[in-house]
Every structure is written in structure tokens, then in C-alpha cells.
Design a protein around this ligand. Structure first.
Ligand SMILES: [Zn+2]
Length: 415
């Protein structure tokens, strides 16, 4: 099936420069403060492609330039038992994961499969190599998708993430892994990926700067809009890099601009995993900078253990124009942090009620929602979307035994 290319431009929110995308642009060409480019689609109305399933139903708002075919998508559902327990009649779960009884069949068990399809749908298939960094979930999702589409791909991971990178089917030859050793963390993998991306024939995918990654996750909001017929009043999710939260806000902006979804942004309620919570500290301190509000690196390197390792990014896009701080401010949002024990309690509650295992990040989000409900910050009768960013991996893990083929090891010099 040939996918009709979507028509869009990239827009710089700082200087309003409009850029024709070649599938790899991640930055404005003008010298000014850091900014996240965003997409501007010719299609302004919320158009659903009813000939297909999943994320591609919202392809008019995806920057697709190459053929992709998938039924991956977000499942919007109500857990009646959870809603009864929390006394939240209008709580919907936006489920990205593996929960086949409820229609969710993402092979990595996380939202990263949706990101991966969007990234590969935008990246030019001209022989250049896509370079990405991962703390685990992206590696599994991107390796699977890049194997299907034959896109040359290098995935750089910190050594500590290797135990989380297992496959049911070996990735194809066009997918290679590079491991950063020496106490490396996710941010070291990003630095290495950025460096490799400057080499001839290689392109760094861009992380949170990649509009495809963000608009891919924006389909989670689109799925909510299609199913519920409105935007939620509150959108709750765990944040590490924060690109998912920015993506939700950008999707809401498109919905509002369409004229059919009111004028109010969903309040972003972002949840971090204490004690490593740089976004929480920056927001609570009213700081413009994650680094100034907190010295997260020292806490991180001192061995501060958090249950949701994927949330442990030191350098989220907090202060760029169009970044997390702007999204939180514009949506009258809030950031909270929960301890490991609260996340474990939330995961146990969900498993008891629904019989399926939440990913640590999703457990952090649920714990944050419970805390905000109990404090009264979120009214129990509000319309709430809780982004379940990963679920059901225990079952997937039973079939995953193949370790990645490591092409090279590099040292982070952090040891
Ligand atoms: Zn600009």
C-alpha cells in the first residue's frame, strides 16, 4: 500500500522561520535561543483515515515521507474497576503496550513502537544510516521496525541498559548496536549518537528534537479525541526526556486550532520518579533551567536508585522555546514526584484490578495521579487521560531471549 505523503512544513517557534523538511531537519538554521521546531500541517481539521487501524488513522498529522504500514496504535479504554476504586468516573487510560485482551499489541510493550514507526516513516531511504540513542525501549522498538523497512540503523545504548534489550526475533543485518561502557548513562549514549551523526552518511535521529518522534506520540491524544470526542481536562504521564508530554501538548494545539475541540489545553500533569526528578525540582523552584534548580548529575552518579530507569534523563528539553516549561506554563500544568514505594503500590493495585503488569514508568504515572487526586489538585470528576506508556511486558519477556549483536564498544570516560 502506498502511503500518501503528508503535506507539512517545519516552523520555528522563536523566529517563525518556515522550513521545508528533508526528513532530517532537527534545528532552526537561525542563531537564537534553543527551540524545538514543530510541524505545521496543511490539513487543519482532525481528519481520520477510516480505511486503516491504529496510528495511521491520524496520518494527516504525521510527517510521513516514506512508506510505512502498521496497525500499531493506542487503545483508549476505561477500567471500570480502577475508576470505581479511585472514584474517577471520567478517567480514561491511553494504553500503549501489550495487552491483547484489550486490543493493545505493541511488540516492545511500550509507546516506543509508535515512535519508531513515525521516525522511520520520516527518515529518507537514500542509503544513509539512522543513528539513535536508547535506554532500552527505543532500542527494541526501533530495531524491530528498522528490520522490517530495511533502513540502515545504528542504535547506541549504555551498557547498563543491555539487560532490558532482548528480542523474540533477531534484528536484521541492517541494524547494529554500539554499547557505551564505563558507568555510562542514557545521556552518554545521546552524546555518542550525536557525534556519530556528524559522520558522512550518518544522521542522528534527534531525540526530542525529532518532530516525527513527537507527532508519533501525538497520535495517543488523537486516539483519545476520536474515542471520547473531546480533549481531556487533565493529561497525566511520567516524564524522562519529556518529549511525550511536549507531543501531547502539540497535538492539543492542533486540535484547538482545528476549531472543533474547544480552546482549553489539557493541564499537563507530569510525574517523575524521586529521588531523581530534575524536571520536578526545576518546576517547583520556578527555575528556567533544570541544571540550575538541581544538581541531578551528582545525585544520579551517587547511585540514587529509581525504579523507572527509563525516566533517568539528565538533560530534558526543559527550557527551549516550545519545550517542557512552555508546555507546562501554557497548559497551566504541574509536575509531581513519587517515591519508588508509591510506584510499587500503584503497580500492585493495577495488577490486582486488571491482572496485567504495568511498566515502571506507567506505575510512576499512576502513583502520581493517585497522589494528585488525594491532594485535591485534580478533581475526581474531571475528565482525565492517564498515559499508560508501557504494560504487559512480563508476558512478552517469556519469548525474548535473543541478545543484540554488538558491533562496537566505546568508553564514556565516566569511569
Ligand atoms: Zn528560528
Amino acid at each position: 500500500m502506498l502511503v500518501e505523503k503528508s503535506r507539512y512544513r517545519l516552523l520555528c517557534p522563536t523566529c517563525e522561520l518556515q522550513i521545508i523538511d528533508d526528513g532530517t531537519v532537527t534545528h532552526c538554521s537561525v542563531e537564537h535561543r534553543r527551540s524545538l521546531l514543530r510541524t505545521e500541517y496543511d490539513e487543519r481539521s482532525f481528519r481520520i483515515d477510516r480505511t486503516t487501524q491504529g496510528m495511521l488513522r491520524y496520518r494527516a498529522w504525521l510527517p510521513l515521507r516514506e512508506e510505512v504500514e502498521t496497525d500499531f496504535g493506542t487503545v483508549i479504554l476505561k477500567s471500570e474497576a480502577l475508576n470505581a476504586h479511585l472514584k474517577t468516573p471520567n478517567l480514561y487510560l491511553a494504553v500503549n503496550g501489550f495487552w491483547p485482551e484489550r486490543g493493545a499489541r505493541l511488540p516492545s510493550g511500550t509507546f516506543k513502537d509508535i515512535e519508531a514507526i513515525a521516525i522511520l516513516g520520516r527518515f529518507p531511504r537514500d542509503g544513509r544510516t539512522l543513528v539513535a540513542a536508547s535506554a532500552g525501549n527505543t532500542a527494541v522498538a526501533l530495531a524491530g521496525a528498522a528490520s522490517i523497512y530495511g533502513v540502515p540503523t545504528v542504535i547506541i545504548v549504555p551498557e547498563s541498559a543491555l539487560p532490558r534489550i532482548l528480542f523474540a526475533r533477531a534484528p536484521a543485518e541492517n541494524v547494529r548496536f554500539i554499547v557505551v561502557t564505563g558507568n555510562a548513562i542514557y545521556d552518554d549514549a545521546i552524546i555518542a549518537a550525536r557525534e556519530l551523526g556528524t559522520h558522512e552518511g550518518h544522521v542522528f535521529e534527534g531525540g526530542a528534537q525529532n518532530v516525527a518522534r513527537r507527532d508519533g506520540i501525538g497520535t495517543t491524544i488523537a486516539a483519545y479525541m476520536e474515542n471520547v470526542g473531546a480533549l481531556p481536562e487533565y493529561f497525566v504521564q511520567a516524564v524522562g526526556s519529556g518529549s511525550g508530554a511536549i507531543a501531547a501538548h502539540e497535538a492539543a494545539r492542533r486540535a484547538i486550532a482545528s476549531g472543533a475541540f474547544g480552546t482549553k489545553f489539557p493541564h499537563l500533569v507530569l510525574v517523575q520518579n524521586a529521588p531523581f526528578a530534575p524536571i520536578f525540582h526545576a518546576w517547583a523552584a520556578g527555575s528556567n533551567s533544570v541544571e540550575a534548580a538541581h544538581r541531578p548529575e551528582s545525585a544520579y552518579l551517587a547511585g540514587a536508585e529509581i525504579s523507572a530507569a527509563v525516566l533517568g534523563s539528565l538533560a530534558p528539553p526543559y527550557d527551549p522555546q516550545g519545550g517542557l516549561l512552555d508546555a507546562l506554563t501554557e497548559s497551566a500544568g504541574d509536575v509531581t514526584a513519587v517515591e519508588n514505594a508509591a510506584a510499587r503500590t500503584a503497580a500492585a493495585l493495577f495488577e490486582e484490578i486488571e491482572g496485567v503488569d504495568l511498566d515502571p514508568a506507567a506505575a510512576v504515572a499512576l502513583a502520581g495521579l493517585i497522589e494528585r487526586l488525594e491532594s485535591g489538585a485534580i478533581p475526581r470528576d474531571a475528565s482525565i487521560a492517564l498515559h499508560i506508556t508501557g504494560v504487559g511486558r512480563r508476558r512478552l519477556a517469556r519469548d525474548r531471549h535473543i541478545v543484540p549483536n554488538i558491533a562496537a564498544r566505546i568508553d564514556s570516560k565516566r569511569a
